[in-house]
Design a protein around this ligand. Structure first.
Ligand code: TA6
Length: 290
């Protein structure tokens, strides 16, 4: 592998791919093909957030970075016994390719193939996660139907961002967009014409949106730009105090320092693939200090 890429033993002894280049440092665990670090050289602080209480063990999701939610999002609609957010983030992916490009960006490609990986989703599929790390971070989740029948799935790149104080940030891009309020609020309200601000537990699935979102963080004096392709859902989440306390892998005092803006296709934006078809959802992150 190129000098900028190495495989090491990470937290919990889990295999990890580390990138150290002039443009950025990054790391991806083979467990879930989960990106857990991206720190571009021009940024004062890392961009992705990982809980200090996160588990790093088989059967548990890593709390932070960019978990891959597939082939369903959230609790399974019919069977509460199967893992929330599907099996992809709990599976061991393989590193299929590692390349340092001439422009200094590093490209990694992870693969997960299987069939009948869950009784609730017994299909044959091929999944790829591509990571392109440099002064920006690009990711692509690609799914191919290798079965002889059509299947439908939900997906999300459930990105956790490092921020200074959730009470002080503003997220623009979703003004006027309808959302499902999963924190127990109104049935299906619409975001007003102002950026999203936070004053309590916030768990919203914005529907029918292809918009680029911008997290404006005055405390860290930067904007994080979250752009996407072939995604029609955006999920915004902060657990706030009580929900954070209820999670064993989330520090009681960590909730002010993180926010999730998730690139997804969920609910009525779920993807249906006929045999042989494939779909590719992409996410690009950029940091603009101010
Ligand atoms: O994306 C928001 C959400 O669906 C929340 O409802 C919360 O459950 C969060 O995902 C984290 O889920 P996890 O299964 O990783 O604890």
């Amino acid at each position: 592998m190129p000098a900028t890429i190495r495989q090491t033993s990470g937290n919990g002894g889990l295999p990890r791919i580390e990138i150290v280049s002039a443009h950025a440092t990054a790391e991806v665990y083979l467990h879930g093909a989960q990106v857990t670090r991206w720190h571009p050289s021009h940024a004062a602080a890392p961009v992705l957030w990982v809980s200090a209480q996160s588990f790093f063990q088989d059967g548990r999701a890593i709390r932070g970075g960019v978990p891959i939610c597939f082939p369903w999002f959230g609790p399974h609609r019919r069977n509460a016994a199967v893992p929330a957010h599907g099996f992809a983030r709990l599976s061991d992916w393989t590193l299929a390719e590692a390349v340092e490009r001439e422009d200094g960006r590093v490209s990694l490609r992870f693969a997960l193939a299987g069939e009948r990986m869950s009784p609730e989703w017994p299909f044959r599929f091929q999944g790829f996660l591509e990571v392109l790390a440099g002064s920006t971070l690009a990711m692509a989740l690609e799914v191919e139907n290798r079965d002889d029948r059509a299947f439908t799935y939900e997906e999300a790149l459930h990105t956790y961002f490092t921020i200074d104080d959730v009470s002080a940030i503003a997220i623009s891009g979703l003004e006027g967009t309808r959302y499902l309020d999963k924190a127990g609020g109104a049935a299906e309200p619409t975001q007003d014409n102002m950026p999203i601000r936070f004053s309590g537990e916030t768990d919203r699935v914005y529907t029918g949106t292809t918009a680029t979102c911008v997290i404006d963080d005055p405390g860290l004096r930067r904007r994080i730009v979250v752009s996407k392709e072939h995604s029609r859902s955006t999920v915004v989440w902060n657990p706030w105090m009580a929900r954070a306390r209820a999670m064993a892998d989330f520090g009681d005092d960590e909730w002010p320092g993180m926010v999730c803006v998730e690139t997804a296709n969920v609910e009525d934006a779920a993807i249906r693939l006929a045999p042989g078809e494939r779909h590719r959802m992409t996410l690009t992150l950029a940091v603009e200090p101010y």
